[in-house]
Design a protein around this ligand. Structure first.
Ligand SMILES: *Cc1c(COP(=O)(O)O)cnc(C)c1O
Length: 378
């Protein structure tokens, strides 16, 4: 065994892999831990996927998801060359790492100064945000550079970032989740625009939750030479299972991503499902409205029970629970068949992240929270 382990490079041996939220199959469980949409994909999507499960399964899918790319281009008023479809936006984040960042010690361009070589190997992101980013850096052998958000999880203004010197304007790649996870906070497009314009490396705006928000920053990817926007069909379009995301941005950056992707990175049924989704956007928009309404109700009810609730532009709430630790709440809710998410990272370990769910699920959560608080009195 020792000899097998010695075959693994230290970078991989030391790697702390990304830990996805649990996908348990407990009957009757209310699953509010991974921000899946509580509403099913539209009937058209289900019919399209069923119709496509025929002899075609034998064949490779279209390598660039050409039809989907064209439909997305029409929707977003850009050229198909401004778009790349991925196996979920997680794949696109990994492709950006591969395409734009040098592993540490690969030196960058010959003769580059040490400072420049470090910048070329740097992946930068705010914390707390999506915990996959540091893992991507570790896998690639790049340098991860986390920069703290304000205590209320707001974006530090550009002048403060310049003054405090923590944010690196020459980092090869910066990931900004907007609206953010797990805080749920939305960032003003004007602030993002200023930050992107000041940046000398590539900026990825990860808009996984943008359909639940008031603003989006898509136009920055069409206006600025260094900005990519990533979107996914997973959360807002009820399609986690099919793994489809896309990236929009300047043609040269998209072409670079395309070079480093697997040939058939997006499975055929995923392409079919995403295309059918775009035929039924009204259905999804109604779901966004429902999620936002449930979010408002749940925020108010949890606030009344003594939870500190952060304002959310997403399909989840970050809350600081009263009386017991967040970890204890996780277990107490789980015992009542409600699964929420808790992160051990120190900046968020006092909080729970709760997916909004349907009205019935939100009511079940509030009932369970009341029961937890009630049983504590007795
Ligand atoms: C869920 C999520 C993703 C990944 O979405 P997939 O398309 O399912 O891979 C990316 N970024 C953030 C911030 C997310 O929460």
């Amino acid at each position: 065994m020792a000899s097998s382990a010695s075959l693994i490079p230290a970078r991989v041996r030391r790697l702390a892999a990304y830990v996805p939220g649990e996908q348990p199959t407990i009957p009757g469980l209310v699953k509010l831990n991974t921000n899946e949409n509580p509403y099913p994909p539209s009937l058209r999507v289900r019919a399209a996927v069923r119709a496509a499960t025929d002899d075609r399964l034998r064949l490779y899918p279209n390598p660039t998801a050409a039809k989907l790319r064209e439909r997305l281009a029409r929707w977003h008023r850009c050229a198909p060359e401004n778009l790349l479809v991925g196996n979920g936006s997680d794949e696109l984040l990994a492709l950006a790492t591969r395409a734009f960042v040098e592993p540490v010690g690969c030196g960058g361009n010959a003769g580059a100064s040490e400072r420049r070589a470090t910048a070329q190997a740097t992946i930068q992101f705010f914390t707390p945000s999506y915990s996959l980013y540091p893992v991507l850096a570790a896998i690639h052998g790049a340098r991860a550079h986390p920069v703290a958000l304000r205590p209320d999880f707001s974006l530090p203004p550009l002048v403060a970032l310049r003054r405090e010197k923590s944010w690196e304007f020459d980092a090869a790649l910066s990931f900004i989740t907007t609206p953010n996870a797990p805080s749920g906070r939305g960032y003003a497009t004007a602030a993002l625009k200023a930050l992107c314009a000041a940046q000398r490396g590539v900026v990825v705006l990860d808009e996984a939750y943008v359909d639940f928000a008031e603003e989006n920053a898509l136009r920055l990817a069409l206006e600025q030479p260094r900005v990519l926007v990533m979107r996914t069909f997973s959360k807002a379009y009820s399609l986690c299972f099919q793994r489809v995301g896309y990236c929009l941005g300047p043609v040269p950056l998209i072409a670079a991503l395309e070079k480093v992707k697997d040939s058939y990175n997006v499975n055929g049924l995923g392409q079919v499902a995403a295309l059918a989704t775009l035929d039924d956007l009204e259905y999804y928009r109604a779901n966004f409205r429902r999620v936002r309404a449930t979010r408002a109700w749940l925020s108010l009810e949890l606030d009344r029970l003594g939870f500190e609730v952060f304002p959310s532009q997403t399909n989840f709430l970050l809350v600081r629970p009263p009386r017991f630790s967040a970890r204890e709440w996780l277990e107490a809710l789980r015992a009542r068949k409600l699964l929420v998410r808790w992160f051990s990272a120190p900046e968020v370990s006092a909080y729970l992240r709760i997916t909004v769910g349907t009205d019935a699920e939100a009511r079940a959560l509030v009932r369970a929270a009341r029961a937890v608080l009630g049983s504590a009195k007795g």
